[in-house]
Design a protein around this ligand. Structure first.
Ligand code: ADP
Ligand code: ZN
Ligand code: ZN
Length: 742
């Protein structure tokens, strides 16, 4: 504690979630209890006319502001900080590295409920699941008790436990019937709600015997528990990465430590959760954006108190405090969703590595298609590579093939050769998966006589035709209008859809394969809650013949009966001004391929292209992802692009067309005045999409071969930029290590 001269006031220096690079001073509360006041506690402070939640950064004896003008802290919310000293250090590091206001960084580390100042208490939620007799019971036997019958059937219709929230959402009078079914021993509380007695074993089901490579990976990481190290587990889909994770987790749990597992997608959590619950006897917490604030705060606090052993979560779970940290795992580490793309733009992968270092625990990154940055970190021996070269069990790798579609007759994006292959596969009662990364019916509506094109009024973008809903919709700002029939420009021309979207292909498939069942999986078709789960279940039960979808398909799902995968339009991924594009395309191809032939049946992957000689495609097919990646890294090195240089992108937008450019020119002047000469200042240039949602957009790229120098420059610049007069007339944000340049 700070010593005060008699008569002077103690000052609380706090961080508040506001987009400004400064801290705020307050007078300490009047009746300061004898409890030790430590950095990290939450406070309630008056701010303007409102109250805000603040995080204590330090106590100091003096303020630069006149004491008479300072307001007083109103309330202390936490007796003790909820974050450890090391995690507080992590937040300070992140605010510095990403040049982001500390208050917003703090705020991001807490779940919403705690951010809003709610008390740090766990409101537990019960979850129910069927007993063995409940699973087996024929619902008709309960027909005298219709409420119980429908409750039983609700549980029987889905594989997972149901929580109080989920039951309430379904039927507000659920309690009585659940109680009655419990009395009949048809329903029970889930095992995770009963705490594990110390004598129970950690493991429920036994581990699979590892193959040599899996064993080497497990041994390497287990030999390094209790100390920092980063491991990159590279293995094709189905090579048994999850099995490796589980065996390492077991070793960590045996040491009484906790594990944080981060995944890119919410839709992947139930699958992994199931596998973990089948394997482990310990309590597992879940955290992702589809849960209620109460559930997420509960997961956060149980980990913080050490009451839970494993946390499965998405990006935002990264900062969850761990009482006994043991291991951090990032599955699908290459996935773009680990980068937050708004507000506090951090890379969960990079911050996880720093966190592992501070906590002195290993960090395990897994992927079939590691990010080039991670592979380069292997090349320069910062990360250790663990390789699983083959599929586990008996599954064989799929064969990749290019179909040259130049001058070929096409039926709504499907070449005749592909249709033939599809027929052969379907005749064997196997499933086909078609990948097209474009939603809607067609991306363009054009006039056949005057070439007028339906454009978004607020963006530099075409409106996408959504035929089923009879609307034209902008995929960038969400604006929509009715689907028109007549050209508004020449009033005579016929409007024609140009290009392909999943909706259009779905309609074509319904005609070509009239006797087959087609399921379309994209953001539009799975908007309703539970619909994705329903489709996935139908697919796995074999009720579906053809699966058509967008990138939603590329991630993690197991479709054991799919033996043919076709990527309808590879070429659209080959043209992009973003240097990350080839890497993303290669990852997408390999990930989609991974859906094929996972079980005993071998799979094939067909890519339709007009560029069958494209070096990216041929290298990937002939030599595989890793060798593609090394070639791509060599190209990046040649061009001095990341990871061989370091970037930060300053994005600006404003309703006024001139303002963004003027603002960035002022920034360039500042930057030139303070630069030490090894940082390139590129721009200002119009953003690739120069107008979006009615705002004009510009950007400025900083690039340097010397990371410290780039950051010293940004340190100096940020407060100066904030003080520029023009800064008030635009919206601006800095993106350190940007992963897309849009
Ligand atoms: P990944 O996470 O790399 O996609 P998984 O761990 O899900 O791979 O494994 C793919 C399939 O292979 C699963 O069905 C899994 O049970 C099985 N499997 C994993 N390891 C082994 C092993 N050592 N022996 C037999 N089967 C295995
Ligand atoms: Zn026209
Ligand atoms: Zn728009």
């Amino acid at each position: 504690m700070v010593k005060l001269q008699s008569g002077s006031e103690l000052i609380f220096r706090v961080a508040i979630a506001l987009p400004v690079h400064r801290l705020f001073d307050y007078l300490a509360p009047e009746q300061l209890a004898s409890t030790q006041i430590k950095p990290g506690i939450r406070l309630e402070v008056p701010f303007g006319k409102a109250k805000k939640i603040a995080f204590l950064v330090e106590c100091v004896p003096h303020s630069d502001i006149d004491i008479a003008k300072l307001k007083r802290v109103e309330r202390i919310l936490d007796e003790k900080p909820l974050l450890s000293t090391k995690d507080l250090a992590l937040l300070h590091w992140a605010a510095g590295y990403y040049h982001h206001p500390l208050g917003e960084v703090f705020s991001a580390a807490f779940p919403v409920a705690l951010r809003q100042g709610k008390a740090a208490v766990i409101q537990t939620e019960k979850r129910y699941t069927l007993t063995e007799s409940g699973k087996a019971l024929d619902g008709e036997l309960l027909k005298r008790a219709p409420k119980q019958k429908s409750m039983l059937e609700k549980f029987q219709a889905q594989p997972n436990a149901l929580s109080e929230t989920e039951l309430s959402a379904w039927n507000s009078n659920w309690r009585a019937s659940v109680k009655q079914l419990q009395d009949k021993q048809l329903l029970q509380l889930t095992a995770s709600d009963l705490t594990r007695g110390a004598s129970n074993p950690i493991i429920k089901s036994t581990a699979l015997p590892c193959n040599t490579e899996q064993q080497a990976a497990v041994d390497t990481v287990c030999g390094s528990l209790g100390q920092f190290g980063v491991f990159l587990l590279e293995g094709v889909t189905g090579s048994g990465k999850t099995e490796v994770y589980m065996q390492i987790i077991h070793a960590v749990l045996e040491r009484g430590r906790q594990v944080l597992v981060l995944l890119p997608e919410i839709t992947l959590t139930p699958q992994l959760e199931d596998r973990f619950r089948q394997r482990f006897n310990v309590s597992i917490a879940i955290s992702h954006s589809k849960l209620t604030d109460r559930q997420r705060a509960g997961a956060w606090l149980t980990m913080q108190r050490g009451e839970c052993c494993i946390l499965l979560g998405t990006r935002s779970a990264l900062f969850t405090p761990l009482k006994n940290p043991g291991l951090i795992i990032l599955d699908e580490e290459h996935d773009a969703s680990f980068k937050q793309q708004e507000g506090f733009r951090f890379s969960a992968r990079d911050v996880a590595v720093v966190r592992g270092k501070l906590l002195n625990i290993p960090v395990l990154l897994g992927s079939a298609t590691p990010a080039l940055e991670s592979l380069q970190n292997v090349n320069n021996q910062r990360y250790r590579l663990l390789h699983l070269p083959e599929r586990a069990g008996n599954a064989t790798a799929p064969v990749l093939q290019l179909f040259d579609i130049r001058n070929k007759k096409m039926q709504e994006g499907l070449s005749e050769a592909l249709i033939t292959e599809m027929r052969l596969t379907l005749d064997k009662n196997e499933q086909v998966l078609l990948f097209l990364n474009r939603r809607g019916f067609a991306p363009t509506l054009i006039c056949h006589s005057c070439a007028w094109v339906a454009r978004c009024r607020r963006c530099d973008a075409n409106l996408v035709i959504h035929y089923d809903e009879k609307v034209l919709r902008c995929h960038h700002c969400g604006q929509e209008q009715r689907l028109i029939r007549q050209c508004p420009a020449c009033t005579s021309g016929e409007l024609t859809p140009l290009g392909l979207g999943t909706e259009r292909v779905e309609k074509a498939l319904a005609e070509i394969f009239a006797d087959k069942t087609v399921v379309r999986l994209d953001r539009d078709s799975t908007q309703r809650k539970g619909s994705l789960e329903k489709y996935l279940q139908q697919i796995n039960q074999g009720a579906v013949d053809i699966i058509l979808g967008t990138q939603m398909l590329a991630k993690g799902h197991h479709f054991p009966n799919v033996t043919l995968v076709a990527i309808l339009d590879v070429d659209s991924g080959l043209f992009s001004i973003d240097f990350h594009a080839p890497e993303k395309l290669a990852q997408m191809i390999v990930q989609v391929s991974g859906r094929a032939g996972r079980a005993e049946k071998p799979g094939r992957v067909i890519m339709q292209t007009r560029q069958p000689e494209h070096p990216l495609l041929t290298a990937l097919i002939a030599q595989g992802y890793n060798s593609f990646a090394q070639t791509a890294l060599a190209e990046r090195k040649e061009a001095s692009l990341p990871p061989f240089s370091y970037q930060a992108l300053l994005r600006v937008e404003a309703a006024d067309a001139e303002m963004p450019k003027l603002f960035l020119q002022a920034v360039v002047d500042l930057a030139k005045a303070h630069s030490q000469g090894h940082t390139d200042i590129l721009g200002p240039v119009a953003a690739p999409m120069a107008r979006r949602a009615g705002l004009y957009r510009y950007q400025l790229l900083f690039q340097s071969g010397r990371r410290p120098e780039l950051h010293v420059l940004l340190d100096v610049l940020m407060p100066l930029i904030e003080k520029l007069k023009l800064a008030k007339k635009v919206r601006w944000s800095l993106d350190v290590d940007p992963v897309d340049l849009y």
